[in-house]
Ligand binder design. Structure first.
Ligand SMILES: Cc1ncc(COP(=O)(O)O)c(C=O)c1O
Length: 406
């Protein structure tokens, strides 16, 4: 046992003790947090940061939202956990809202995004057996991301997430992102489902093309498979509609949601339309914690705030401001290769490893994230104001300007 475990020195920096306590899975920012307020995070040593990554897209209402806190407090006083052995009012309220917003039929609550994806894979295979015994293939798109559990990581078409974990889930495959010909070649009557993010997050903020979407839904009719929308990152208002698929004028069969869904608490959902409404029967799927009452109560508060405070409109407005200003920066700084923006999902493609900018922006009091190696990703709270965005733009301008003199 290490010294840190035997006698942890609480005055030592957390960064110094991290390696003693944890598996080395994360490259954490060197910040020891004290608290958050709105779109800002504060550290134990008194520094203030504009948070443009918001707990990797979770904190859609920023920090300290009163309605969420009240919902958590009030449900916690009643009971924090009960399990799905009971009928839980908060689950009913959240499920009703989700079905109302989507026009779908049924909800299954999980704890996380990956667990929602696992549920949707099982739902797809179970549904497909009602059509044919050979209908088992589950496809996803290259450049996508669906999580770290076995099924989810199998659907994530990136070798770096697979190395050492093989064999992965059988009867799966990848369609090249936005490649209509490849889509036509890969799907068949044996396809049970195609999983996709309508706007890819980890992949660098890339939207599927309209032609690809049109062909996908045409082939769904021909080959009778399910379309599963992974809305874990793009969903819950971020792109200006409640779910990102709603921007494309189509109706998937299954939606996976998570991240902001529990108002900051762990919560995911598999939402199905009438095609799959009877697929999950008693005992075929389950979870101890999924649909936790406190997380569901916070989720109801999240949706009420999104709608009452017009936060999806705000995401569109502030997102458009980002796009305009970033395009101005792109004309000024050759390091910027492309700007992609869907509501408050923003990707700035740059000519070097984006982690350089993460570090530099941190020195300017702005927290961003690097994804897909050379993309600076912004997933700020949907409460972000234009003034906050202006602060971020001026920090970016400064960092890009000083890069060559550094
Ligand atoms: C699109 C997408 N799907 C699934 C997941 C997995 O979600 P979780 O980390 O909650 O398991 C993520 C996480 O980043 C995601 O972005």
């Amino acid at each position: 046992m290490t010294d840190a475990l035997l006698a942890p020195d609480l005055s030592a920096s957390l960064k110094d003790r991290e390696a003693d306590l944890f598996f080395h899975t994360y490259a954490r920012l060197p910040l020891e947090l004290s608290h958050g307020d709105g779109c800002y995070l504060y550290t134990r040593d008194g520094r203030k940061f504009l948070d443009l990554i918001a707990g990797v897209g979770v904190n859609a209402l920023g920090y300290g939202n009163a309605r969420v806190i009240n919902a958590i407090e009030s449900q916690s006083k009643k009971f924090i956990h009960s399990s799905n052995l009971f009928l839980i009012d908060a689950q009913f309220r959240l499920a009703s809202k989700l079905l109302e917003l989507t026009g779908f039929s049924k909800v299954f609550f999980s704890n996380s995004g990956a667990e929602a994806i696992e549920g949707a894979i099982k739902l797809s295979r179970k549904w497909a057996r009602t059509v044919s015994d050979t209908k088992r293939q589950v496809l996803s798109l290259t450049n996508g991301f669906h999580g770290r559990t076995y099924g989810a990581v199998t659907l994530t078409a990136k070798a770096k997430y697979h190395e050492g974990f093989e064999p992965l889930l059988p009867e799966t495959g990848y369609i090249t992102f936005n490649d209509v010909q490849d889509l036509e070649a890969k799907v068949s009557d044996n396809t049970a489902a195609v999983f996709l993010e309508f706007v890819q997050g980890e992949g660098g903020i890339c939207a599927v093309s309209r032609v690809f979407v049109e062909k996908l839904f045409e082939l769904r009719e021909k080959h009778n498979f399910l379309v599963v929308a992974d809305e874990v990152q793009a969903g819950c208002g971020r792109t200006g509609t409640f779910f990102a698929y709603m921007n494309f004028g189509v109706q998937p069969d299954v939606i996976c949601a998570a991240k902001p869904l529990g108002g900051g608490l762990p919560l995911g959902a598999v939402i199905g339309n009438t095609r799959v409404a009877e697929t999950f029967t008693k005992g075929v799927h389950g979870t101890t914690f999924g649909g936790n009452p406190v997380a569901c109560a916070a989720g109801v508060a999240l949706i009420e705030e999104l709608l009452e405070k017009n936060l999806m409109e705000n995401a569109l407005h502030v997102g458009a401001y980002f796009k305009t200003e970033l395009e101005k920066l792109a004309r000024k700084h050759i390091q910027i290769r492309a700007v992609r923006q869907y509501g408050l999902m923003v990707g700035i493609s740059v000519s070097r490893d984006a982690s350089y900018y993460v570090e530099k922006l941190l020195e300017h009091g702005v927290i961003v994230n690097a994804t897909n190696s050379n993309v600076i990703r912004l997933l700020p709270p949907l409460t972000l104001t234009e003034a906050d965005a202006e602060t971020a733009i001026s920090a970016l301008d400064d960092v890009f300007s000083k890069e060559w003199s550094a």
